[in-house]
Ligand binder design. Structure first.
Ligand code: PMP
Length: 298
């Protein structure tokens, strides 16, 4: 699974700190914290038919991540919302769009780690691209040697830009010929894949790893709510990789690829001995949500 360049994205207008720039001119300073230390937080959002899906949940996670990292002069939700609306309007975008929203600690007065060198507030970037869900209908995973950070080191509740762990896992997946790489947690339980959360279904019960070390993904949260609201048994607990190998169904969740069926992990085919597909049922509920919910564009 490799994304391709979409020529529709040639002439994008990208928002950087209050101004819209053509793609080639959209830049941050070399003194920006994201360049100096990956010191930034981000969100990926989707636009469906004139509505931004789960905008409030994404803004809440962004604000919490920035607050946990002690950013100063964090822009308000209404300012961020306006920046997103302005960017979508300028690009005439209402559907089939993915937004990469980045908030950095901002520009430093000189290179260095110390946040006190940041004296002019955060940098806000809104990159909206034409990008329908990127995963094919089904994908293969491999377990990598990369462990997901636990709260002992770098808390996964902060959705930060230090993505090297995830990138290393993706490199291993690429060499293994898989679509994404699984990261186990410090105790060897499944945490998530490099850019998506994981679920398995066993004998009609839906399971997902407890969010001790995975990102508490917004799509993951929606799937949990779908199960709870529709009488589908749902359990969050530590899960070993063998429980995924022997599950009836395995799927990933994320804004980028929505809900995606996993057909193979480490060479083990996922065999549905249960017969019926709970995933298809959850996918139908999820599609109803993307069809009906979201913040309307002005
Ligand atoms: N895990 C990781 C590591 C991610 O980067 C993402 C995407 N931000 C997800 C899971 C999925 O999260 P969400 O459902 O909020 O897009």
């Amino acid at each position: 699974m490799l994304q391709k360049f979409n020529s529709k994205n040639e002439d994008l207008l990208i928002y950087v700190n209050g101004t819209l720039h053509p793609r080639k001119e959209a830049k941050v300073s070399v003194f920006d914290s994201v360049v100096q230390g990956g010191d930034a937080v981000w969100e990926g959002l989707r636009v469906y038919d004139g509505r931004i899906f789960c905008l409030d949940r994404h803004l809440e996670r962004l604000q919490n991540s920035a607050h946990a990292l002690a950013f100063k002069q964090i822009p308000s939700n209404s300012k961020i919302r306006d920046a997103i609306f302005k960017t979508l309007k300028a690009n005439d975008m209402r559907d089939g769009v993915h937004i990469r929203l980045t908030l950095t600690r901002g520009e430093k007065i000189t290179s260095g780690m110390d946040p006190r060198l940041n004296q002019s507030g955060c940098s806000l970037i809104v990159l909206a691209e034409w990008k329908p869900p990127v995963y094919p209908p089904s994908i293969k995973l491999t377990t990598t040697s990369i462990r997901r950070n636990s709260a002992m080191s770098l808390d996964s509740k902060i959705h930060h830009n230090n993505l090297i762990n995830n990138i290393l896992a993706k490199i291993e997946a690429n060499y293994a010929g898989a679509d994404a790489g699984i990261l186990l947690d410090k105790d060897g339980f499944v945490s998530e894949a490099n850019g998506v959360n994981l679920f398995c279904v066993r004998k009609g019960v839906v399971y997902t790893p407890a969010a001790d070390s995975c990102l508490p993904g917004i799509t993951r949260g929606l799937v949990i709510e779908i199960c709870q609201n529709n009488g589908l048994p749902m359990v969050e607990r530590n899960l070993s990789i063998s429980e995924f190998y022997t599950a009836d169904e395995v799927f990933s969740t994320g804004t980028m690829g929505e809900l995606t069926k996993i057909i193979e992990i480490d060479g083990r085919l996922i065999r549905n001995n249960f017969g019926t597909s709970i995933l298809s049922k959850i996918q139908r509920y999820f599609r109803k949500m993307t069809n009906e919910l979201g913040t309307p564009l002005p």
